[in-house]
Ligand binder design. Structure first.
Ligand code: HEC
Length: 168
């Protein structure tokens, strides 16, 4: 028994050392403040839409991320950063204007889908960010807004520029 406790102690100490070492590897928290390619430069939006995007989506889909205190604690920060990177890769509202027309169109469609299926904002996020949770009204406001932009695109661009060219 004594021997066993000794081993346990050693493992605990080792674990603490490893966790302490982790803290030297902090995530990159640099934000780029540049609005020139933001989605608001492409589509008109009122304050409600812009506020919802900011509070419910921008922490993963923009270049302006809010990093709470616990992102300074590894491996929590790594896990969150992974989500942010994935989210930015999929859709970055701050880069929206740089997207090809086809991609912009696709992303609007995806936003509607994600909202309708209640997949976004991620549940693991709204658990700690209560303010990011969308009420039914906010959700339908966003869906309506995204749909209206889709319609605008349809009337602005020829149909084949919005769809992937079909392979022959
Ligand atoms: C906590 C981070 C986080 C928040 C907040 C968040 N997302 Fe996401 N989002 C992700 C991640 C991670 C992915 C990629 C993996 C996936 O699809 O689950 C993603 C993917 C997406 C996609 C692409 C899905 C596809 O079809 O491939 C869309 C569209 C999207 N998010 C829209 C939104 C909208 C709109 C909001 C705000 C209402 C939002 N997200 C809030 C993390 C987030």
């Amino acid at each position: 028994m004594k021997h066993f406790i000794k081993i346990l102690k050693k493992i605990a100490i080792l674990l603490i050392i490893v966790l302490l070492m982790f803290q030297f590897f902090q995530i990159d928290k640099t934000n780029i403040v540049d609005n020139s390619n933001n989605i608001s430069q492409v589509f008109q939006m009122n304050d409600s839409v812009s506020t919802i995007l900011k509070t419910s989506c921008y922490d993963c889909h923009s270049n302006n991320i809010n990093y709470p205190w616990y992102t300074y604690i590894q491996p929590v920060g790594w896990w969150i950063k992974h989500h942010i990177n994935e989210g930015q890769d999929e859709l970055n509202f701050d880069n929206f204007k740089t997207y090809k027309i086809r991609r912009q169109f696709k992303k609007l469609q995806e936003c509607i889908e994600e909202l309708e299926e209640q997949k976004m904002p991620l549940e693991s996020y709204t658990l700690v960010h209560n303010e990011a949770k969308l009420s039914n009204e906010q959700k339908s406001l966003m869906i309506t807004w995204f749909k209206r932009q889709l319609e605008t695109m349809k009337t602005t661009y020829p149909e084949d520029s919005l769809k992937r060219p079909s392979k022959k």
